[in-house]
Design a protein around this ligand. Structure first.
Ligand code: RP5
Length: 172
């Protein structure tokens, strides 16, 4: 079986700067992924093919990002039994991002999409790794180390701000 566990798809290449954050995290945490463009509106047959074959190809989670009238995550979720994480993208055709958020978040009962924040592709990567990590102890340990490093960063900044005071830190 392939080492690729997460499929990252997006509606357009213009989504790539946002969606690359998911790929970066998966590389950091050493989870195999693939990344490609699949448009619900412009390539519906490709979307059906991708979603229909993802499970048999060994993919465990799909991250789908789209902007504007963002049908990709919901349509992919309707075509697979794999968990789908939706990333609302604030794209050039978006009014203010809410169109994408609501299109992805407000799925009708029966077809869930785990929706992250606007442009929240890094969190989508973390969530995908956590789903895969639920069945993989070594990955679970790497995720624990990642959480510990975030905790240390906050503790370091707390110490710095307490010692120096906010004026020195802000240069005021
Ligand atoms: C959506 O339309 C894509 O996901 C993208 O966010 C948005 C704009 O696409 P382009 O016109 O930049 O290709 O389907």
């Amino acid at each position: 079986m392939s080492d690729i566990k997460v499929g990252i798809i997006m509606g357009s290449q213009s989504d790539l700067p946002v969606m690359a954050e998911a790929a970066k995290f998966l590389e950091e945490i050493e989870v195999g992924y693939e990344l490609t463009i699949v448009s619900a509106h412009r390539t519906p047959d490709r979307m059906i093919d991708y979603a229909g074959k993802a499970r048999e190809r060994g993919i465990k989670v799909i991250i789908a990002g789209a902007g504007g009238a963002a049908h990709l995550p919901g349509m992919v979720a309707s075509l697979t039994t794999l968990p789908v994480i939706g990333v609302p993208v604030k794209s050039s055709n978006s009014i203010d991002g809410w169109d994408s958020i609501l299109s992805i978040l407000q799925m009708p009962s029966g077809i869930p999409v785990a929706t992250v924040a606007l442009n929240g592709a890094k969190n989508a990567g973390i969530l995908a790794a956590s789903i895969v990590g639920a069945f993989d102890e070594a990955l679970g340990c790497r995720l624990a180390a990642f959480k510990k490093s975030m905790k240390s960063k906050v503790e370091d900044s707390a110490e710095e701000v307490e010692q120096k005071g906010w004026r020195e830190i802000l240069g005021e």
